[in-house]
Design a protein around this ligand. Sequence first.
Ligand code: ATP
Ligand code: IP8
Length: 271
Amino acid sequence: MTGDGAAPEDAPDAPEPDAATPPVVLKLGGSLITEKDRPETLDGAALDAACDAVASALAAGAVERLVVVHGGGSFGHHHASKHGVSTTAGTSEADAVMDIHGAMTELNRAVLDRLRDRGVPAIPVHPLSLSARPAGPDGDLDLPLSSTATLLGEGFVPVLHGDGVATAGAGVTVVSGDELVVELATGLGARRVGVCSTVPGVLDGDGEVIPAIDEFGAVADLLGASDATDVSGGMAAKVRELLALDAPAHVFGAAGLEPFLRGEDAGTRID
Ligand SMILES: Nc1ncnc2c1ncn2[C@@H]1O[C@H](COP(=O)(O)OP(=O)(O)OP(=O)(O)O)[C@@H](O)[C@H]1O
Ligand SMILES: C=C(C)CCOP(=O)(O)O
């Protein structure tokens, strides 16, 4: 990690973003950028490769406006699980909240530093400071988007992350990166949505990538939780949330990131 993350002098100049262009929303899965089974351990090589792909796509103008979201991997999920906190179960302990949020901001800093090392103007947006859930299982997440939208318009790449979220009647629960992706894509009118994880796509019973999904019922039996510690529902929750979007979404692995950012299909298309 660098100290201030300033762009190196030889970093390629990114084209000026066009404020009228709808953004691309990209989630870097926690299972991709961390070693999900080893607490608070980055997968540095995978994170570097993902940041290289993002920096190249921006420099080449393949993507003009980009919002990045990253998941929790072995940072957030480990602490959330230890404290019994999930997307539905909350905590009223400040120490537990700070364990979860602190681990997520540490991971966020690692992502930001590596993006900025490559000349990407990445800026953090911390959901715990912005968002809330009303009481009850059906309460829609409230995620005000003016800071993210304004940062985008000013040419930055906002980087959000799964986090704790103030929840009426429950203290603080977890907001997953996948939920944030849906809110951002809907609220910002995203052009395309990409979810990059360790799997090459949504897999069928034979381990083959399903090319396209347009209905949850058709694949529900195939979708499980995560293989690793995960408090937010793994692949089943991901597909359910992405199906609710207007914008086309793709779920893909590391090899699909460059094609996705070039505007091509990658992994499983969900729409
Ligand atoms: N049918 C399926 N196809 C692909 N993956 C599946 C399927 N069913 C369950 N999974 C699990 O879903 C995992 C991907 O979801 P997970 O939430 O762990 O990824 P992530 O978004 O990268 O991580 P994080 O939640 O930490 O951001 C896979 O690693 C696999 O264990
Ligand atoms: C566990 C925490 C705090 C983040 C969960 O986000 P996700 O990994 O995108 O599900």
